[in-house]
Design a binder for this molecule. Sequence first.
Ligand code: BG6
Length: 509
Amino acid sequence: MPSNAAPSPDHRRPGPACIFVIFGASGDLTKRKLIPALFNLRCLGLLPEHFAVIGVAITPGDDASFREQMTADIRQFATHPVDPAEWQAFLAGCYYISGDFNDEAVFGALKEKIAAVQQERRIEGQNVVFNLAVTPTLFGTVAGQLGAAGLLQETPDGFRRVIIEKPFGRDLDTARELNNQLHGVLRESQIYRIDHYLGKETVQNIMVFRFANMIFEPNWNRRYVDSVQITVAERLGVENRGGYLDHYGVLRDMVQNHMLSVLSLIAMEPPGSISGDAVRNEKVKVLDAIRTLQPEDVIENCVRGQYGAGVIDGQQVPAYRDEPSVDPRSPTETYAALRLFVENWRWADVPFYLRTGKRLAKHLTQVVIRFKRTPLMLFGEKVHSEAGPNALILNIQPEESITIMIRAKKPGPSIVVDSIPLDFDYRQFGKQSPATGYETLLHDCMIGDMTLFHREDSVDASWRIVNPILDVWGALPPRDFPDYEAGSWGPAAADKLLLRDGRQWENPA
Ligand code: BG6
């Protein structure tokens, strides 16, 4: 039966003519991700014919210097060889104004620039996207200034959309404060909150995999699933972001957003359509169903850790507390593991184990759905196989693959049962063009598809899940940090968390 839901916007075509304004145009995000992604969209034929970028930043400059800088940067950050003619054509639509975001005159100047660029580039209509690639403490200021300058007023002739990227607050209260500030000048339908994990191909594939196939859904519940593990392991340490990470910790930086997003895609009910709100309604229901942790639950179900010195790729690396811009007595966690329960009919009593950490043994983002044992082990499987029962492994990065671990008879005269993988490698499925991970998200914003963006209620719901953990961890400073070696799989307490349940982390060899 076809779906009778409203059609979602066409992802194979460019959106309507528009201007893309980037605040923080001289920053890292702009040169590493936003400009390469917009350029890739152009090369894919997914930018509107009448299109322009206006960069805004405090760095002094003009259109010419901006174009020059972008040309130098694209050589370094393009994801594939740059066609000079395409680049020149893209560059011709790039403009710049400089100024302090606290100064309202800048927003007056921006208004005039938008009008001038609309004329010059023959951009009909009034569509403008404002991408706030600035430090999160400026989200409220920039949005407020845009509102005061009348730049956020939508008309039948044009949309006005604002893109921001996490962190959305530092806890439940500050997240609510930010939402209130934004809602002072914007409707929720104008706010595009990016979670770059949702732009990853294999994360998007979770929904297709679940809802475009019939064979998984009947097993996707507490009757058949034993447990779910979500791992986001990084080999990197703090790089040049010591100050930021020391202030946030991985619970805020990774769990509250990326990991709970992945969890909700795994656990959600099938939506009635793939329109933005239908999907986001289901995702938020999952978050709302996660059992609220009481202080004693936090102690029992949540583990934090911090790395000490160790060896990564044969190189000695320093302890977290010896990293640049990190407090030498920092209590901040670089590792977190959680045992959560989604309390609904589908998932009651199925543990969802989440873990993430810096400086771990491998770079790996993976979801493992472990199924229950068969009711009878007719073939002595237990004796012959070390591996557990069936598992579905979704590898999100660096490999992009799906593996189903099944039991099969080993070739030979007697019945010996072992686990073998059925593999699907995403790269063999189709040639993927190298991308920044932002292409889909920026294109979706231009065509008005909000499916992959966080809605206010999901931000709120995920802070409600992590806030009790933050409270307990804040009140009880860790006494045993550092408690794992760089290059290991994390603290022993995280292993105990699962051992207690008779399970173990699915660490790849
Ligand atoms: C970011 C975090 O959101 O995600 C970083 O702030 C983290 O600390 C990064 O390293 C990981 O993203 P990816 O795409 O490399 O897995």
